[in-house]
Write a protein that binds this ligand. Structure first.
Ligand SMILES: N[C@@H](CCC(=O)N[C@@H](CS)C(=O)NCC(=O)O)C(=O)O
Ligand SMILES: N[C@@H](CCC(=O)N[C@@H](CS)C(=O)NCC(=O)O)C(=O)O
Ligand code: FES
Lengths: 104, 104
């Protein structure tokens, strides 16, 4: 669908993308982790897209199998949610993923 | 209002009460902390109350100044949200609050 193409394009053309909900603390935690690492992700607040919000969430579920927020992409690849991103950080793997993605 | 009276009665008559939203990870974190401590709180899922959900949330905001979830009460006193409850736990203060409240 056209929406699916636009989501695919968004994650391909931006080094770090976070699909979020503005009032969700797990989404905020991921956004502040990137801020702490000096990274400015493209943040898309699904609850601020009006009728398209639930539709984009369905596309994300189709593309990634994940219907929850936050949904994080780095270098065009889906990383997962908040706990996944924080785990990568604690294992020291997040920073190398970020430098590869932002170096392109 | 009648709803305010019923919320006041609920927090007065139950040792531990958690106002939650079923899909919220911060609400789940607080519920699992209590489970780990062997405590069975009264859990009220605001998103499962239908039209009353937002009304109860407004009453909680009027009574406690907090409009967010989770909203935790122990021994009739408002403790706060997830971060507040977890902080009390790490300071070793949560367990004494719980034993006082559940001993009654
Ligand atoms: N472990 C996941 C949890 C994600 C999660 O459950 N997100 C919630 C909001 S905090 C959600 O999207 N809930 C909607 C739903 O369950 O339908 C993560 O760390 O991102
Ligand atoms: N620090 C608070 C954060 C609470 C919070 O922001 N909760 C969110 C859901 S995770 C909420 O209720 N958002 C609704 C809103 O902001 O209107 C806590 O630990 O409970
Ligand atoms: S909605 Fe509460 S942590 Fe996401």
């Amino acid at each position: 669908s056209r929406l699916e193409e636009s989501v695919k394009k968004t994650v391909a053309h931006n080094p770090v993308v976070v699909y979020s909900k503005s009032w969700c603390s797990y989404s905020s935690e991921v956004k502040s982790l990137f801020k702490k690492l000096g990274v400015k992700p493209l943040v898309i607040e699904l609850d601020e897209l009006g009728a398209q919000g639930p539709q984009v969430q369905k596309v994300l579920e189709r593309l990634t199998g994940q219907h929850t927020v936050p949904n994080v992409f780095i270098g065009g690849k889906q990383v997962g949610g908040c706990t996944d991103t924080v785990k990568l950080y604690h294992k020291g793997e997040l920073e190398s993923l970020l430098s590869k993605a932002t170096a392109k």
